[in-house]
Design a protein around this ligand. Structure first.
Ligand code: ADP
Ligand code: GLC
Length: 490
């Protein structure tokens, strides 16, 4: 089969979160299963910069020139840049400088560009048009709201198109809270008929909703853990899409994300001060020293556990709870290192926490790939108290790095972390259920107490390090979903 991935993020080209990790790894694994895979991404400023560096001044290759994308009052013209074949995966970039040649992917400081409906509407249509010239796949695999309109275009605007008619679509929901909602005139702006703007199609509370369109018109749906697949069918996690998701429950599969162990493995990770494995943990000590040095906390005693945080600082991630227990936690014998950017209220909480406890708490308010790896390796405990978490990758990285996760039992966190049982020596971390700062503190306290028993702790570390969350098994599940979707169109 030929699968086209259309997405707004992909490592190493453009990343704000886990979506990029998934789109960077899954296609390669699908290729290994014998399929052909093509990935389309917007040609953002940072992707252009990367390509310019790779080409050292030479012209890029264009696969297609001047595709016309019509809007209500004007046309736009896009080129398709040939990104080359990497690990067997063909990359193409949708080049429309007016819309994509900007410093951010979605908007300044975690916000939104005003023309995001036009940007991602154009991207979706360009992928379909490019496909007609370069190769129509058996399946378009689209991701989150940014590419949610591909199925909508396909089943409406292009419904009678002889080239696209047989192509199937699979939508993966990485986060149901981000839906891409825009004012009603978006319907006309993107040249959709008004009869699409109804409750059973793209309309949701008088907004044009990209993700809802994707949910309604895709042949099959997936999301990134089994628990989250259940959760999004409830009001708490469905963010008003629970109804339409329940209607499609039979077509919705929960497939847990894998981890790219070529990038995230303490035995080979190029960002680390030393390497280590489950059978020889010695290198982790040097990683801890290196981490404390990088965060300017050189005087933390060896017996003091280090809690690490790497996160988008968004409401999703539960730092409002951490803020509520900040003072109490600082009374414990513990050091905290945090790496993250996002909403000002959370950035300011961390700055303030550091200000009040400079010998114990350190934070770097930025995006830093290398430092993220250092935290995974150098910390003793990884904290991820999410309000909701579709899958979550950091806790899975932590397991591999022997950095014991303390998580809230929701979504993929529930599915990937097993409660530590000291008597039996089973489990991989610490989970708490309620979205309550007291429950969070109690779970952290259990971890801090367990850390004092060195032998038990090493057992706990090794339990996590021994888990395999590679992409092999999930890729096979995706291949089955592609086959089922293609069968339905046959
Ligand atoms: P989400 O996609 O919701 O942000 P995930 O846990 O799935 O959560 O993925 C987050 C990814 O983004 C991980 O690869 C993590 O290392 C990375 N990340 C998040 N914040 C930062 C940061 N400030 N610097 C570097 N990497 C970050
Ligand atoms: C989203 C989710 C995260 C998930 C990632 C990759 O960003 O918030 O939980 O791991 O997508 O699927």
């Amino acid at each position: 089969m030929h699968i086209v991935f259309a997405a707004s993020e992909c490592v190493p080209f453009a990343k704000t979160g886990g979506l990029a990790d998934v789109v960077g790894a899954l296609p390669r694994q699908i290729v290994k299963l014998g399929h052909r895979v093509t990935v389309y991404l917007p040609f953002y400023a940072r992707v252009r910069a990367r390509m310019e560096k790779e080409h050292a001044g030479a012209e890029f290759k264009y696969a297609v020139r001047s595709i016309t994308i019509p809007f209500r009052y004007y046309n736009r013209f896009v080129d398709i840049v040939d990104g080359g074949v990497r690990d067997g995966v063909q990359f193409y970039f949708v080049d429309c400088p007016e819309l994509f040649d900007r410093p951010e992917l979605y908007g300044p400081r975690g916000g939104e560009y005003a023309d995001n409906a036009e940007r991602f509407g154009l991207f979706c249509r360009a992928v379909l048009e490019a496909g007609k010239q370069i190769g129509v796949p058996d399946v378009f695999h689209v991701h989150d709201w940014q590419t949610g309109l591909i199925p909508v275009y396909l089943r409406n605007t292009y419904a009678a198109d002889p080239m696209l008619r047989r192509a199937a679509t699979v939508l993966t929901i990485h986060n149901a809270a981000y839906q891409g909602t825009f004012p009603p005139p978006t319907t006309e702006q993107l040249l959709f008929p008004w009869d699409l703007f109804t409750m059973d199609k793209v309309e949701q509370y008088d907004r044009f909703n990209f993700l809802k369109g994707g949910v309604v018109f895709s042949d099959l749906l997936t999301t990134v853990s089994r628990t989250y697949a259940e959760e999004i069918q409830t009001p708490e996690f469905g963010w008003n899409l629970e109804g339409v998701l329940r209607e499609r429950a039979a077509d919705l599969h929960g497939i847990l994300n894998g981890v790219d162990y070529t990038r995230w493995n303490p035995a080979t990770d190029g960002y680390l001060a030393a390497h280590y494995t489950g059978s020889d943990l010695t290198g982790k000590r040097a990683c801890r020293e290196d981490l404390l040095h990088a965060f300017g906390l050189p005087n933390v005693a060896e017996t003091t556990p280090v809690i690490g945080i790497v996160s988008r600082l968004a409401t999703q991630k539960g730092f409002d709870m951490v803020a509520r227990i900040g003072e109490e936690l600082a009374q414990r014998d513990v050091a905290i290192v945090a790496l993250g950017t996002g909403e000002p209220v959370f950035e300011n909480f961390f700055r303030d926490w550091v200000f009040r406890h400079p010998a114990q708490v350190a934070a770097q308010i930025r995006y830093d790939e290398a430092l993220a790896h250092k935290v995974e390796a150098g910390a003793d405990i990884f904290l991820m108290p999410s309000r909701y978490e579709p899958c979550g990758l950091n806790q899975i990285y932590s397991l591999k790095y022997g950095t014991v996760p303390v998580v809230r039992a929701t979504g993929g966190l529930e599915d990937t972390v097993d409660q530590w049982n000291a008597e039996q020596g089973t489990g991989t971390g610490f989970k708490f259920k309620g979205y309550d700062p007291r429950d969070l503190l109690a779970a952290v306290d259990r971890a801090l107490a367990a850390f004092q028993d060195r032998a038990g702790w090493e057992r706990l570390m090794r339990n996590g390090m021994g888990r395999d969350y590679g992409w092999e098994a999930p890729a096979r599940e995706y291949a089955q979903v592609y086959e089922e979707a293609a069968r339905r169109k046959a």
